[in-house]
Design a protein around this ligand. Structure first.
Ligand code: 6PG
Length: 265
């Protein structure tokens, strides 16, 4: 039985970023204690930049970097040096500033042909979660593998998450964990993307949806009201963790949701 999502609402992006960073550190410490490693899939876009900066500074000493593996929920089909690259933002704000081994940062190679990048990343994820390095004996069917400890995801104003867009056929993909997609024409270029699909995102123990700013108020309100209407018409409403789903929102994105008491969470 899927648990209802939680909303953790904070005064502004700074308070939101601190709260989410503290939560990520706590999950990381618990994961390493329980399983010996912590797997976090990073969100793209711009909202998480401050969160990444805090993980690289204020919260860095508490992070078990030696036992952490970082992944990406999606990537634009550009080189890692391109300012439009999600890896580029994470490198600037986080990766270049923390003591994590390069082999523990699993980058989607946006610079190679999209189908090759998607297949390569899917094979790596399966090897990491379903069969190999964790010592799991047998490959599992894609829909029943536990994957990330946290899948951190942003939300677009149209309700997309990662590069899963409303009405896209890849929302029904159940075999491939990573696919190449063309973002809709209303999305700013680069529109050729590589994205994780729902089976691997929903295999995460925790899904953290992270949104801030007034441009997200409407879609957040519709998403949380659409919760009742399953499956959600929005891709961001189709992701949920096997353990919990937390909507990390600032007051501007939360609008009328949650009221005053939600601030304290
Ligand atoms: C991307 C992201 C995308 C992003 C949302 C929110 O590659 O753009 O994966 O899903 O998280 O579009 O982006 P902002 O944080 O910039 O609003």
């Amino acid at each position: 039985m899927e648990r209802a999502p939680e909303a953790s609402i904070h005064a502004d992006l700074e308070a939101l970023s601190h709260a989410a960073a503290a939560a990520i550190v706590q999950v990381a410490e618990d994961a390493v204690r329980e399983r010996g490693w912590f797997a976090l899939s990073l969100a793209g876009g711009s909202t998480p930049r401050r969160l990444y900066e805090l993980l690289a500074t204020t919260y860095s000493e508490r992070m078990p970097w030696a036992r952490t593996h970082l992944f990406f929920g999606d990537e634009r089909c550009v080189p890692p040096t391109d300012p439009a690259s999600n890896y580029h933002m994470a490198f600037d704000a986080l990766l270049n500033r923390v003591p994590i081994a390069e082999k523990q940062v699993h980058r989607i190679r946006g610079e190679i042909p999209p189908l090759d990048a998607a297949r390569e990343y899917g094979r790596m994820l399966r090897r990491f979660f379903a069969t190999g390095e964790r010592g799991a004996a047998e490959p599992h069917a894609p829909e029943d593998v536990t994957t990330f400890d946290i899948a951190l995801l942003g939300i677009g104003p149209d309700g997309h998450t990662a590069s899963l867009f409303p009405g896209s056929p890849v929302l029904d993909e159940r075999a491939h964990w990573v696919v190449e997609v063309e973002a809709p024409a209303y999305i700013a270029p680069p529109r050729q993307r590589i994205t994780l699909t729902l089976p691997v995102l929903n295999g995460a123990r925790d899904v953290f949806l992270f949104a801030a700013g007034e441009e997200k108020t409407r879609v957040v309100a519709e998403l949380l009201s659409a919760e009742a209407r399953r499956p959600s018409p929005y891709p961001a409403g189709r992701v949920s963790g096997t353990r919990r789903t937390v909507w990390w929102l600032d007051r501007a994105a939360a609008g009328d949701i949650g009221g005053a008491e939600a601030e304290s969470r």
